[in-house]
Design a binder for this molecule. Structure first.
Ligand SMILES: *Cc1c(COP(=O)(O)O)cnc(C)c1O
Length: 235
């Protein structure tokens, strides 16, 4: 667990600053700040602190690890929506199909098929984003940019899944170039009007680049350290 000031007041201060930066970035490019949601990325953060953020108005949580989520799930304030944003093995989908409302890290047909199978078994339609490896980095998950439209076309007919858009983690350096490429890819795919694919959400931007990401059309910014402070991996 992270060591924290019991009042967790620093979370409120950080959130105030993030909201003000988002408003400023949105105003600069003529966007409505309400079209941008803040996701609190919770990895390594104690559930009590996450709940404090929910109390302060964060309505969306992002989980990277199934095991960690399961250990915190019962303590979480249930008023927040939870999305999965990490590398997901097909054999772990069963743990998140019920409690989560979106899986943002879908990067293969095989994973989509397993989500589809379980969603149908649970009588639900799971929202997903396709994760794009926009920097084509060997170390990262995500589908190659030029294979993305094809994957979406294959996922679209699956009845237990609704495609809502794209997600990416751009390379840390030259981020702005890749944010721009991602915006272009998003708009290209949107223009194709693929049946069964809603291109409503573009999930990109983290603590170091969310203002830039907003300039490039992001609708969900995923913030960890900027909200909760530096991570302690001993969780
Ligand atoms: C950790 C993480 C974030 C948040 O990163 P920060 O730099 O701490 O804001 C966002 N997205 C994903 C997929 C992550 O794993």
């Amino acid at each position: 667990m992270v060591k924290v000031d019991k009042s967790y007041g620093y979370v409120d201060d950080n959130l105030r600053e993030i909201r003000s930066n988002i408003a400023e970035a949105a105003a600069k490019c003529g966007r409505d700040e309400k079209s941008i949601r803040i996701m609190a990325v919770t990895k390594t953060v104690a559930p009590e602190i996450v709940n404090h953020a929910v109390g302060a108005g964060i309505g969306l949580l992002g989980e990277n690890r199934v095991q960690e989520f399961l250990s915190k799930q019962e303590i979480y304030d249930i008023s927040a929506e939870v999305h999965f944003i990490g590398n997901l093995q097909t054999n772990k989908v069963k743990y998140i199909i019920e409690p989560m409302t979106m899986i943002q890290s879908v990067d293969s047909l095989k994973l989509a098929q397993e989500i589809n199978r379980l969603a149908i078994a649970h009588n639900k339609v799971m929202n997903i984003l396709c994760e794009v490896n926009i920097g084509k980095e060997a170390s990262k998950g995500g589908i190659a940019p030029d294979e993305t439209a094809d994957l979406l076309e294959r996922i679209a007919p699956l009845e237990g899944i609704r495609v809502k858009g794209l997600m990416t983690i751009p390379p840390p350096s030259d981020g702005d170039i890749f944010l721009g490429r991602m915006e272009e890819l998003f708009n290209n795919i949107k223009d194709r009007n693929i049946e069964g694919v809603d291109m409503d959400e573009l999930s990109m931007g983290m603590t170091h680049d969310y203002a830039e990401a907003i300039k490039h059309g992001s609708t969900i910014v995923r913030i960890g350290t900027g909200l909760f402070g530096a991570r302690n991996y001993n969780f």
